[in-house]
Design a binder for this molecule. Structure first.
Ligand code: C2E
Ligand code: MG
Ligand code: MG
Length: 741
């Protein structure tokens, strides 16, 4: 569920890239297949159309050729039937059979290929017969073809009965009668022509002409001739149409329309031939194309997947912290917006936990950054373990956030916070040692604290701030007054910046301190004041922590230091004590900076005392502390301020490069109240003395306190009893007066 939440936050929608890529490949291949199919279909249709056109044309040509062949037979006959010699020979009392063979019978067979020739006289009696190149008995005429030729003979006789004229424009020399017919089951062309004079010198009585009958069987040599001449495959005649639809045919009918059969052949199909030649090449090309595209797609898909894997990786990097592998701020922001939108829609609630390690900086400074990193990773593991179903993010440094969604997120969020504290109560094993570190946790709850992500983050941050200020190792829920305090704090910050920018309102006052025994002034402590136009005089306790938090403190303190050094340089004598902040102590350039100010203000280093707190001293790294050692070497004194409020450990003190201890005013106050502060102060003074340190008591307000401190051997006294903080001019006058005494 969490994974899906994160995936949605990263990508917007859950997607399976592999599925999309394979879908694209499948679709592309289908399109390619479709296109290949279209090309193949187009080629096939073109071939079919070409075949059909060719067949149609062949049929037309064959029909025309047959027609021409019919006419050719009649035309052949005219070569010998329109001839005076033929008329003469036929009408001669004794016909020369050989002459007839050579000119009207066998000659037609051998020269024109006519199959049978008959000649009938004026009364239609057969007088000559030839079959297959041989003369035979004319009496067989009636048996063989008589009935087939009779109608044509009658037709011709009718035509020429009254004489005839042949139209001059035509190539026809004599009238004739021609038709198709069936002779003893064989289809044949039967042509009848009269034997007439070519010169016109021989005059015959119309109707008495001899008739020349020529027969050409269509299923004999005629077919072979035709097929050879027109290159027809399997050309033949048949009485019925072919069963095979692939064969072409031309129907043969007599002039009266009687079907006598079909001329059949296997048509030439140029499209099919072309297809036969082109198809293998086409198939190979298509296969190659298909293969190439498939290969290309595979490569594209592989690189697309690689690209998408790289994208996923880049996305992961863009959304996760490289050190811990947890979600980073970008992913956290998106996830929070999405989850809050759901919370806004009702039903559930959300707790936002801001977790921050306490004093993590110390770990980094003292144990080094690699150890700091190990600790961050250890904390990441702890958080991941405690909140396995929640989004845990590292927002930066030692700052973590948890988005916890539940029916009652406030309650379970608090349980979570306690579980984190409990887990951190045990030392964390970093492999080469154990570290005990606490964490502060701020909680804001939606929808109670609002459902705007920016607002909720701000409120969790405020709660975290509160937890830290309440002493760390604890958790705080956001409350409105907290927000008010923060607003106030922010306002102070803004105004402080402005004051620092313009320099208006900021001032340094000086509180002298005195020798406990002799009472002479030994120096003064520089204390900052902020004379606010509306708030009046603002004391440092209320703005120094703010300046420390928002990074203004170094500039501010250096300004105070410079002012103080300038002021003290005008005094004839005396030490100027200046407070340092922890931030300054952590800065490795501290010694350089202080030295530069001393140079600028021409103050002797031995007249400067820097006050640091025990805590800030302990929190600073070895390297930074060596800065103080160096400053001490040139004569600057170091005092431990507010002693007794921190660790107050003399064990620590031994290792410190310090000159003085300033006993915190709470101890001094307890002298007056009689709360047993005295033995503690006594012990501090004694121990300081044996450690070679001088002591200053702060906040001396009563004579009783002064006497007590003097009696126990405290070296220096500072407090309202002796002098209140005063202006630079007053302090100068005070020192001048003291010198005069
Ligand atoms: P501190 O360094 O311990 O300074 C002494 C504080 O005690 C001063 O308060 C001073 O006015 C006050 N004080 C002195 N004598 C008496 C007394 O008899 N009775 C009482 N009740 N108070 C007395 P102030 O000026 O408000 O400063 C408070 C703290 O602010 C200082 O404590 C110091 O830690 C910090 N501070 C002041 N000025 C600076 C500064 O320029 N830089 C930094 N970093 N911190 C400063
Ligand atoms: Mg001080
Ligand atoms: Mg103090």
């Amino acid at each position: 569920m969490l994974i899906e939440r994160i995936r949605r936050a990263i990508t917007g929608v859950p997607v399976a890239r592999e599925a999309i890529v394979s879908q694209i490949i499948t679709r592309t291949l289908l399109i390619v297949l479709l296109m290949a199919g279209l090309v193949a279909t187009f080629v096939w249709v073109a071939a079919r159309t070409s075949d059909e056109l060719s067949i149609e044309r062949q049929q037309h040509v064959i029909a025309t050729v047959l027609e021409q062949n019919f006419r050719a037979i009649a035309h052949d006959q005219e070569a010998a039937t329109v001839w005076d010699d033929s008329v003469r020979e036929l009408r001669a009392p004794r016909r020369d059979a050989q002459w007839l063979d050579d000119n009207l019978g066998i000659w037609f067979h051998s020269y024109y290929g006519h199959d049978e020739i008959f000649i009938v006289d004026s009364r239609d009696r057969p007088i000559y017969a030839m079959r297959g190149g041989r003369r035979y008995d004319p009496a067989a005429y009636a048996r063989s073809i008589g009935s087939a030729a009779d109608p044509l003979i009658a037709e011709l006789r009718a035509k020429i009965r009254n004489g005839f004229n042949v139209p001059k424009a035509t190539s026809v020399l004599s009238p004739g009668a021609i038709d198709l017919g069936t002779i003893q089951g064989h289809p044949a062309i039967i042509s009848v022509k009269p034997v007439v004079s070519d010169t016109g010198e021989i005059v015959q009585k119309p109707g008495t002409e001899y008739l020349h009958i020529s027969i050409r069987y269509l299923d004999g040599s005629f077919v072979a001739d035709l097929s050879r001449r027109y290159q027809l495959a399997d050309g033949h005649f048949a009485s019925s149409p072919p069963a095979d639809a692939d064969l072409s045919r031309v129907a043969l009918r007599t002039r009266t329309g009687t079907l006598i059969g079909y001329f059949i052949w296997t048509p030439f199909r140029p499209g099919t031939v072309m297809l036969g030649q082109v198809m293998p090449a086409l198939v190979v090309s298509l296969l190659l194309m298909f293969g190439t595209i498939a290969w290309l797609l595979r490569r594209i898909s592989r690189s697309a997947l690689q690209l998408s894997a790289a994208k996923v990786h880049a996305q992961h990097l863009a959304n996760h912290d490289p050190l811990t592998g947890l979600a980073n701020r970008a992913l956290f922001d998106r996830q929070l917006s999405l989850d809050l939108a759901r919370v806004g829609a009702g039903g559930t609630s959300l707790a936002l936990l801001y977790v921050d390690l306490d004093h993590f900086k110390n770990v980094n400074d003292h144990l080094g950054h690699p150890t700091g990193d190990l600790l961050i990773c250890a904390l990441a593991r702890v958080l991941g373990h405690v909140a396995p179903n929640d989004l845990v993010a590292r927002l930066g440094g030692d700052e973590f956030a948890i988005i916890h969604i539940a029916d009652n997120a406030a309650k379970s969020g608090e349980r979570l916070a306690r579980a984190i504290q409990k887990a951190l109560a045990r030392p964390i094993d970093l492999g080469h040692g154990e570290v005990l570190i606490g964490a502060s946790i701020g909680l804001a709850v939606a929808p109670a604290d609002g459902i705007d992500p920016v607002e909720l983050v701000r409120k969790a941050d405020i709660a975290l701030y509160d937890a830290k200020h309440r002493g760390r190792r604890r958790h705080s829920f956001f409350t409105e007054p907290m927000g008010e305090r923060i607003r106030e704090r922010n306002e102070v910050e803004r105004e402080l910046r402005e004051a620092m920018r313009t320099g208006a309102g900021l001032d340094v006052v000086y509180q002298p301190f005195f020798a406990a025994q002799g009472g002479e002034p030994l120096g003064a402590e520089a204390l900052i004041r902020w004379n606010h136009p509306t708030r009046g005089t603002v004391l440092p306790d209320s703005f120094i922590p703010i300046a420390e938090e928002c990074g203004l403190i170094e500039t501010l303190n250096e300004w105070v230091l410079e002012q103080a050094c300038f002021t003290a340089a005008r005094w004839p004598t005396g030490t100027i004590a200046v407070n340092l902040s922890a931030v300054q102590l952590r800065n490795v350039t501290l010694a350089e900076r202080v030295y530069a100010i001393l140079k600028r203000t021409r103050l002797s280093p031995s007249r400067l005392e820097l006050e640091i707190t025990e805590t800030s001293f302990l929190e600073s790294s070895e390297k930074c502390r060596s800065n103080l050692g160096w400053l001490r070497d040139i004569g600057v004194q170091i005092a431990l301020d507010d002693f007794g409020t921190g660790y107050s450990s003399f064990k620590h003190l031994r290792g410190f490069d310090i000159d003085r201890i300033k006993i915190d005013q709470s101890f001094v106050a307890s002298i007056q109240l009689g709360q047993g502060g005295s033995p503690v102060i006594q012990a501090i003074v004694d121990l300081a003395r044996v450690s070679g340190l001088t002591t200053t008591a702060e906040g001396v307000e009563t004579e009783q306190q002064r006497l007590f401190l003097k009696s126990i051997g405290c070296d220096v006294l500072q407090g309202f009893l002796l002098a209140e903080p005063m202006s630079a001019r007053d302090a100068e006058a005070r020192f001048a007066a003291a010198l005069d005494k």
